[in-house]
Write a protein that binds this ligand. Sequence first.
Ligand SMILES: NC(=O)c1ccc[n+]([C@@H]2O[C@H](COP(=O)([O-])OP(=O)(O)OC[C@H]3O[C@@H](n4cnc5c(N)ncnc54)[C@H](OP(=O)(O)O)[C@@H]3O)[C@@H](O)[C@H]2O)c1
Length: 208
Amino acid sequence: MDTIDLYQIHRWDYDTPIEETLATLDDAVRRGDVRYVGASSMWTHQFADALHTSDREGYERFATMQNHYNLAYREEEREMLPFCQTERIGVMPWSPLARGYLTRPDEDIDATTRGETEEHMYRHPYREGGGTAVNERVAELADEKGVKMAQIALSWLFHKEWVDTPIVGTTSVEHLEDAVEALDIDLSASDVEWLEEPYEPVRVSGHE
Ligand SMILES: NC(=O)c1ccc[n+]([C@@H]2O[C@H](COP(=O)([O-])OP(=O)(O)OC[C@H]3O[C@@H](n4cnc5c(N)ncnc54)[C@H](OP(=O)(O)O)[C@@H]3O)[C@@H](O)[C@H]2O)c1
């Protein structure tokens, strides 16, 4: 392609001054190679520093934040998500289904090939705090509404004002179609509250 619509940096670069990163990204936009630039998981103070530096130096601002956010991991609600809302930053969460944890009952996870081999999933604290109770509630509501667990988990994200577009990980057309259908699921305020209730703060995960 001639132009990249959204060019995202992956995490905070501790070895390069942010001025240098932003100047380079700004060049790419000025040359017409890139339309928008985005950032990914980092501390909110680092993202604030980047936006402030762009404003001060007249560089292209980050337009998006790709961060770790799902029903089983909500630490981003403390700082990053309200900050993105104030700064009018587009939010596109990664692992919106908690790497598959919110797509099947907790007891079935280890039975899957991915569960047996996927060390990554266990690096994240999805089962800590109230995670297993959240998983149960997703299953219960999915049963009640006659939809899939993955669709309830995605629908919850679609109901969060600060989310623009979750990046769903899928290897099948069927799962992609499930994701699109989830746009039509209506959750009441009490459904949302009920799904969220068991969650307890957990350790930060994704940019530690
Ligand atoms: N910026 C970052 O630091 C960062 C970090 C992690 C990930 N990411 C990005 O985020 C994207 C998503 O990450 P992820 O793969 O961890 O995401 P995820 O969407 O949370 O989980 C994907 C898992 O859910 C399953 N799934 C999806 N739809 C389903 C459905 N309808 N029913 C049952 N199971 C379903 C998938 O199975 P199937 O494969 O069988 O569909 C897969 O096992 C990736 O493209 C990755 O590049 C970015």
